[in-house]
Design a protein around this ligand. Structure first.
Ligand SMILES: [Zn+2]
Length: 389
């Protein structure tokens, strides 16, 4: 029986290898897959037959002329991932409700909804997560069995080992057994993570971070957070608290933060904190080159750059991807932040780039589910019991 187990493990690993090569390259022929993976052409053909039968990959048109006249070689047929073969649901928890998407495996949205919630108690949130799953799935009743799972992104720290939300200061949560509560209420697998971690993961799988092994994602949103991803894995730290740069104390006598302490970075440089310091419409004033608005953005960018410099010195990422609602402050903000961070760094001077759309939070959450499709554990997700009743 041991041998059978090993064979299944090898098969799962080969599937994972093929799917990830195709995810990164777009489309490859079987010969290219064999070359890049180091597997024998026979092994590649074997894995591809399985993936084709399950509808997880599709074959394109044979590349014209590639065989060449008189070469006798077969024209190579490109194979690519069929992202439409499975569905994911992504939800981002905000104070007002759940921003949700029904998406394919590349997190491309098929449907978006905003589902308001009456309060932010854990029981209420879990009940409404279940409602959103029911609301999105009957839309595609025949597609229910193709749902690989749900990703839930929240603005707090999450302990994956125990399935507990350790702290979500904005809602007053402390050590909430969220994993257990969700498993009891929702009939499909739910993966929970910090929202900036989810954003970083989506960037790594499908976004601007796809070509980088090390990336730092920074979100300037309702809060302020960072996530460092190295060799495809989010660095979570010992307590799930890695990347909480928004609660680094800038001034111990400063304004009160949602965490109960004073003068945290996010009381100065979160998107609402910056916006609140301007009398009027900040975006419009920036578009009109208002000197007061520009001075405010320069000051905020310089402050955030100072905050990021030691993070860059420790992590030395290939790239910093800036997201969150603060992206609306525009190029002046990005350039100012990059210049301030670089000025304080010795060698670690990565480009700071924007990669953000209005639905990036919920698509990041969908990536939490999509990731498992491309992972080793993917095998078990296709068991019939995962179908939604
Ligand atoms: Zn704080």
């Amino acid at each position: 029986m041991r041998i059978k187990g090993d064979q299944q493990t090898a098969r799962a690993m080969n599937r994972r290898l093929m799917l990830n090569l195709l995810r990164r390259a777009g489309a490859l022929s079987r010969a290219e897959l064999a070359q890049r993976s180091g597997l024998s052409p026979a092994a590649v053909t074997f894995v591809m037959a399985d993936l084709l039968a399950e509808g997880l990959v599709t074959e394109g048109e044979a590349v014209r002329g590639a065989g060449g006249p008189g070469t006798g070689g077969r024209r190579p047929i490109p194979v690519s991932v069929n992202y439409a073969a499975r569905l994911t649901i992504g939800m981002k928890l905000t104070a007002g409700g759940l921003e949700a998407v029904l998406a394919d495996l590349s997190t491309a949205p098929l449907q978006r909804i905003f589902h308001p919630i009456p309060d932010t108690r854990p029981e209420t949130v879990v009940a409404h997560v279940a409602r959103v799953v029911r609301a999105l799935v009957p839309e595609a009743a025949t597609r229910a069995a193709r749902l690989v799972g749900v990703g839930l992104a929240l603005p707090g720290s999450y302990d994956h080992g125990r399935g507990h939300c350790l702290r979500l200061a904005r809602f007053g949560w402390q050590d909430v057994p969220l994993g257990q509560m969700l498993a009891a209420a929702v009939d499909v697998p739910v993966w929970v993570d910090n929202d900036v971690n989810a954003f970083a993961l989506a960037q790594h799988l499908f976004g601007a971070g796809q070509s980088h092994g090390n990336l730092l994602a920074v979100a300037v949103g309702a809060g302020l957070g960072a996530a460092f991803l190295t060799e495809g894995a989010v660095h979570r730290g010992a307590r799930g608290g890695a990347g909480e740069i928004g609660h680094i104390t800038i001034d111990p006598m400063g304004p009160l933060c949602e965490c109960g302490r004073r003068g945290c970075a996010q009381v100065y440089w979160s998107e609402p904190a910056i916006t609140a310091r301007f009398p009027g419409d900040l975006t419009a004033a920036l578009a009109a080159c208002d000197p007061g608005a520009e001075a405010l953005i320069d000051e905020a960018a310089a402050g955030l750059g100072r905050l990021l410099a030691p993070v860059l010195a420790v992590t030395d990422p290939d790239v910093v991807i800036l997201g969150g609602e603060g992206v609306r402050f525009g190029e002046r903000f990005r350039a100012g932040l990059q210049a301030a961070a670089h000025a304080l760094c010795y060698d670690a001077r990565p480009p700071v780039i924007f990669d953000w759309q209005a639905d990036s939070w919920s698509r990041g959450a969908a990536a939490l589910a999509a990731q498992h499709f491309f992972d080793f554990e993917a095998e078990r997700l296709f068991a019939p019991r995962q179908a939604l009743n």
